[in-house]
Design a protein around this ligand. Structure first.
Ligand code: AP5
Ligand code: MG
Length: 214
């Protein structure tokens, strides 16, 4: 099963993608997580990505597309994957469609986790993220068992640099300009599924499972 998660920053793409990956036994591939891991490890890719990310902009397509296409060529991606944060521009979507078509493959679903902008800003300030394993929590809506420590891997959680309110506003406007057109793109391809992302996170997942099957 090949799935794309669409939705604004903070809509809950990562939260849902983790659960989808666990239930359907497919890798969760988050371009944001890959960039953050590279920044943490001080790689050349990380250095390229950091300034764009900190400013709330997008990392250029020429960096991002090759990285993602390499990642989905790895052996663990053979039976599918859930892409979280890619594609984010029309050229990225077109590159993915083309690369898959060359292998006789196609995306199964593009799931849009729909949340209005007003709800996003308050969610972001309460988010805590694990840079080691990519898990995401919320101090109110999805707390860890032990404050500040990742339930999954025991590492210390961080508040992401790009979760400051003014950067979140910038990310939202970049989303509306560059990423929202993908909703139309996947709708025309007949792949779009929209779920109400303002619900409790377990209810969002229940709606996704209704579409993907038990
Ligand atoms: P990325 O890491 O993908 O960030 P994003 O799209 O801005 O999305 P987020 O991770 O912020 O939100 P999310 O939808 O995953 O929400 P989450 O589940 O955490 O990208 C970061 C940056 O990297 C980009 O700005 C860009 O610079 C660069 N980048 C990445 N991919 C790129 C690409 N393809 N091209 C170019 N540049 C790229 O949930 C948010 C919070 O809400 C959490 O605290 C969570 O616990 C809580 N929550 C989740 N669901 C619910 C719910 N139903 N109710 C209440 N709270 C909830
Ligand atoms: Mg995320």
């Amino acid at each position: 099963m090949k799935i794309i998660m669409l939705g604004a920053p903070g809509a809950g793409k990562g939260t849902q993608a983790k659960q989808i990956a666990a239930k359907y036994q497919i890798p969760h591939i988050s371009t944001g997580d890959i960039f953050r891991a590279n920044i943490k490890n001080g790689t050349e890719l990380g250095m390229k990505a950091k300034s764009y990310m900190d400013a709330g902009g997008l990392v250029p397509d020429d960096v991002t597309i090759g990285m993602l296409l390499d990642r989905i060529s790895e052996p663990d991606s053979k039976n599918g994957y859930v892409l979280d944060g890619f594609p984010r521009t029309i050229p990225q979507a077109e590159s993915l469609t083309k690369a898959l078509a060359e292998r006789g493959e196609n995306i199964d679903y593009a799931i849009d986790v729909d949340v209005p902008d007003e709800a996003i800003v308050s969610r972001m300030s309460g988010r805590r993220a694990c840079v080691s394993c990519g898990a995401t929590y919320h101090i109110v809506y999805n707390p860890t068992k032990k404050e500040g420590i990742c339930d999954a891997c025991g590492q210390t959680l961080i508040l992401r640099d790009d979760d400051k309110p003014e950067t979140v506003q910038k990310r939202l406007s970049v989303y509306h300009e560059q990423t929202q057109p993908l909703i139309d793109y996947y709708s025309k391809e007949g792949k779009l599924v929209t779920v109400d992302g303002t619900q409790d996170l377990n209810d969002v997942f229940r709606d996704i499972v209704k579409v993907l099957g038990e």
